[in-house]
Design a protein around this ligand. Structure first.
Ligand code: XIL
Length: 340
């Protein structure tokens, strides 16, 4: 579409989209370049993609995105260094027996070394696109993702990382990332449901502890995989709570909306196309959400939608994005680009 306003001018904050190689050519790439000034690799920088077997690094798919960003002046939000999901099993297995790593000193050191090697090799590879903090497109990265589990006493997910290393793995990931990328790449912690009060509380506890320990956390990410039923004032309360935490600790923290999508099938409906009435409600939702986000522009590193079109969404049954499968602007698009 050429007769619609550029979204990146409508937001007051860098505007990102999750993509893969399909969006680097043809009409989809034109849509990305018109409306967005930042990309997140939807899958291509995940641990299992970068290092499917120990010591074998596969950067081809991520390089396609980096070259696209470099050529067209887009920023890249890196995703993700340390995660429990989409990480190959070998990471947590003994290299000779294939048995799960134990909590012996030796196995713990092996896992620390693997984490450091993964992060160092990642950073060294992408350094070919420019110096970090200068002309490298990577401006931020999710260092850890989805580490919170608000039901646990210490609020931390019982992942393989946690089972073997305990809570220290989070601090280590930030320290290794800081050594590898320096000060020019904003180091983020990222999670979903951060708008829910219990999850928010656990998230704030962890981030507060990390800041107290001097861990180099620069940014706090809110995935925002939400639905039309999610009150926007709860989302705002989380942004304000993180802001208040940073003030209380006397540090500069930025925040990002990292994976926004707004499912319209609130009753679990399975549609073949989005009903008009729901499309309109979704338009108003995006309008109100983006109005709220604009009012916090000074705290936001970026806002990213998790995919260019409904047809490319991981939640496609919810028709959660701004453009339809024919690349046409939905009411969600018009809401996002309309200032109330
Ligand atoms: C999703 C991708 O969109 C899918 O293509 C993939 O099959 C699974 O992962 N939280 C995250 C993202 O941090 O990496 C996930 O992305 C969605 C949930």
């Amino acid at each position: 579409e050429t007769d619609v306003p550029d979204l990146k001018d409508a937001l007051d904050v860098p505007f990102g989209v999750a993509i893969d190689g399909r969006e680097t050519t043809g009409p989809s790439s034109e849509l990305v370049l018109k409306h967005f000034d930042q990309i997140t690799p939807e899958n291509d920088m995940k641990p299992e993609e970068i290092q499917p077997t120990e010591g074998t690094f596969t950067f081809d798919d991520a390089d396609v995105l980096m070259q696209f960003a470099k050529d067209d002046g887009l920023r890249v939000y890196g995703h993700v260094l340390v995660w429990h999901s989409q990480t190959a099993d070998w990471m947590f297995e003994d290299p000779t027996t294939g048995e799960p790593l134990t909590t012996s000193d030796e196995d713990r050191q092996l896992l620390r070394d693997r984490m450091k090697t993964h992060i160092d090799t990642f950073a060294e590879h992408f350094a070919q696109y420019g110096a970090y903090g200068e002309d490298n497109p990577i401006r931020a990265i999710d260092v850890v993702n989805e580490v919170i589990s608000e039901g646990e006493d210490d609020g931390l997910r019982r992942s393989e990382w946690y089972r073997i290393l305990g809570p220290e793995y989070i601090r280590l990931a930030f320290e290794y990332a800081h050594e590898a990328f320096g000060d020019g790449v904003a180091l983020f912690i990222n999670d979903y449901n951060t708008e829910q009060p219990a999850k928010r509380a656990a998230y704030l506890d962890l981030v507060g502890d990390l800041l107290d320990e001097g861990v180099p956390v620069d940014g706090v990410g809110h995935q925002l995989h939400v639905s039309l039923l999610q009150p926007i004032n709860q989302i705002e309360a989380s942004i304000e709570a993180v802001d208040a935490l940073a003030d209380a600790k006397g540090v500069d923290l930025v925040q990002a909306v990292t994976e926004l999508d707004v499912a319209a099938n609130t009753g679990g409906e399975s549609w073949t196309s989005l009903p008009q009435e729901r499309a309109v409600s979704q338009g108003y939702y995006y309008r109100d959400l983006f109005d709220m986000l604009r009012s916090h522009a000074q705290d936001l590193f970026s806002v990213t939608v998790w995919g260019p079109t409904d047809a490319r969404s991981w939640r496609s049954e919810g028709f959660p994005l701004l453009f339809d499968g024919a690349l046409q602007a939905k009411p969600a698009f018009w809401g996002s680009s309309t200032r109330r």
